[in-house]
Design a protein around this ligand. Sequence first.
Ligand SMILES: [Zn+2]
Ligand SMILES: [Zn+2]
Length: 297
Amino acid sequence: MHTTRAQPVDLADYLPELLPMARTTTRLHPCPGYPSMSDSSVGGPLRWPAVEAWPNCSMPHHAPDDVAGDPRKPVPLVPIVQLYARDVSELPFPPGTDLLQVLWCPFDHPEEDEGPWPRPILYWRNEAAVGARLAAGMPEPSENSPFGTVPRPCLIDPEQVVEYPSPDELAYQPDRASRMDAVEAATGWSYFRHLSVAPGIKVGGWPRWTQPPRWPECICGRRMEHLLTVSSREYDVESGKRWAPIQHVGADIDPQVDSIERGFSPTDLCIGDMGGMYLFICPRCPDVPWTYRFDCS
Ligand SMILES: [Zn+2]
Ligand SMILES: [Zn+2]
């Protein structure tokens, strides 16, 4: 069980203009375990059709030693997230689909190919149509995979939480900035760290960017929508006062006094130090285009 602490401050008292910007996100709350291909998971086995070869990354890789001596040898992608509609029905599954799978290549790629971060790829499927499953099973991730790029298998425990945009999403207004300072001075709860946007692996809602926001635009001209964030930690020493599940830390946090002993990374992911991978879709275009952004701390 994972329960996020209720919003500890009534924003109507300090930042009423932000109330219409509330969005619901689904925190996935990954928890180490033994998922099967029939489970929603982070880093678990995927329900993969037997008629479809496992995907490889065929881009050149950065250091030859990383990839068993051959920088151009194809590398099997590793499972990152699998979500069934029965577990996360609020995910905007395109018509006829009820299963989302995200994989990435864990190796570094040369800078000229956009930079040294994992390359995600996304599949929408229909569970019933997957049919016979890959007989040979999934390839094992290379044991040379860079530190923190292959998640430890985790089951999930989805929880819907209301959140608000990070201050970087808002036009700067001196009056608003001083009201954000006033909240923290009066209550000990920081708008950015505690009252706005949830950290961790989550579906929908607002991205908790590590760097300034970089929303992608669809070919139709509309801003894409946030689908999924994969990040390294579920919370850290500061944000944990609000976002650590109360089952982890108890229910009596005084933000003026208490600190959470350590951050929490059930997946063992460490991407871009403490950065994040953000996936976006355009649900209004018929083929549901998608893309991603990545940032480093
Ligand atoms: Zn690759
Ligand atoms: Zn579009």
